[in-house]
Ligand binder design. Structure first.
Ligand SMILES: CC(C)(COP(=O)([O-])OP(=O)([O-])OC[C@H]1O[C@@H](n2cnc3c(N)ncnc32)[C@H](O)[C@@H]1OP(=O)([O-])[O-])[C@@H](O)C(=O)NCCC(=O)NCCSC(=O)C[C@@](C)(O)CC(=O)[O-]
Length: 296
């Protein structure tokens, strides 16, 4: 398989990032999202329609979508764990939603308060409604390279859950190394196993960078033909149900590597770095992107 000449980046900063940082105002989120679109990002996960008691940082997602100025050609998406979340998302004009399952029973319980099988039952009416309304649904599988509660997770279980979400109608399956423990050979083997049940061009990688392995893992999987990657500007975030996990791979670091390999992203790195520096300043912490720090 040839390396892709172009890659798609799904920007997580406003959702996966800010769900696990000190709460910021809706205005600050709107500015971040506008800056990301201005930098050339075409897919922005902007919020989530989950219980505000579970994730208070996302409680303003409906208000955010109501106010969000849309840039043509940009998709603004949100997480929806159940029909209730989907209906609220739909009422405020979300372009695309994502359901999120897990390859780990324990993480499923901690994150969405139900078993893997129960989560599939909750997703079913959502998928039916999304199909009726023509709203694309992305599917996440968490803990694909390890679980904070169970440790090792078998790739066969990752493939099993991925196949279920794919067959339910998710147009893309995003494989989450939620706690960032994976290493390149394991990442590659896991993706190869999922690719037996989900076409490789419908697989995305969502790697947290807790152990500094995310770029190496992506590099190992690029050769398989994967060309969609989730990342967070400034490396924002973590996971509220995976203590100690750091944010997603920083988008600036990913873009720098891909451009260096001759893989186009359509993203202006200078504008992206400015967006990351601004939100880091607002939340009062150092930008977690090595590239941003080197070039700032
Ligand atoms: C899924 C639930 C809601 C189940 O929570 P539950 O308690 O089992 O659900 P419930 O149906 O019994 O409802 C309980 C309360 O939540 C409300 N509720 C119910 N649904 C909604 C909704 N959609 N929006 C707003 N409110 C909702 C519902 O109305 C009720 O309110 P109350 O009567 O107590 O006032 C809960 O567990 C939850 O919100 N969990 C948050 C999960 C979350 O956001 N986690 C972080 C996402 S990150 C992730 O999953 C990993 C990923 C995707 O990034 C990939 C990776 O890194 O690997």
């Amino acid at each position: 398989m040839m390396m892709p000449s172009q890659a798609n980046i799904v920007e997580m900063g406003a959702r996966d990032g800010l769900q696990n940082e000190v709460a910021v105002t809706t205005d600050a989120k709107l500015t971040l999202i506008a800056n990301l679109a201005e930098a050339g990002i075409k897919k922005i996960e902007a919020g989530s329609f989950v219980s505000p008691k579970w994730v208070p940082q996302m409680a303003d997602s409906a208000e955010l979508f109501r106010q969000l100025p849309r840039q043509q050609g940009v998709t603004y998406s949100a997480l929806t764990p159940n029909l209730k979340g989907f209906e609220i998302a739909q009422s405020v004009g979300v372009d695309e939603v994502a359901i999120f399952g897990s390859a780990s029973e324990s993480f499923s319980q901690k994150n969405i308060n139900c078993s893997i099988e129960e989560s599939i039952e909750r997703f079913t009416p959502l998928m039916q409604k999304a199909k009726q309304q023509n709203i694309p649904v992305r599917g996440y599988v968490s803990c694909v390279l390890g679980c904070p509660y169970e440790g090792h997770i078998n790739a066969s279980e990752v493939a099993r859950v991925s196949e279920i979400l794919y067959k339910m109608g998710c147009y893309q399956i995003s494989l989450g190394d939620t706690i960032g423990v994976g290493t390149p050979l394991d990442a590659r083997k896991m993706v190869e196993q999922v690719a037996n049940v989900v076409p490789i061009d419908q697989i995305a990688l969502h790697f947290h960078d807790t152990y500094g392995q995310a770029l190496a893992n992506i590099q190992a999987c690029l050769a398989l033909g994967v060309n969609t990657f989730d990342s967070s500007v400034a490396g924002l975030g973590g996971c509220p149900y995976a203590k100690g996990a750091s944010g997603n791979l920083a988008t600036e670091d990913l873009v720098y590597m891909l451009h260096g390999m001759g893989i186009d992203t359509g993203i202006d790195l200078t504008k992206l770095i400015a967006a990351g520096n601004q939100i880091s300043q607002i939340i009062g912490r150092q930008n977690n992107s090595k590239v941003a720090n080197a070039l700032s």
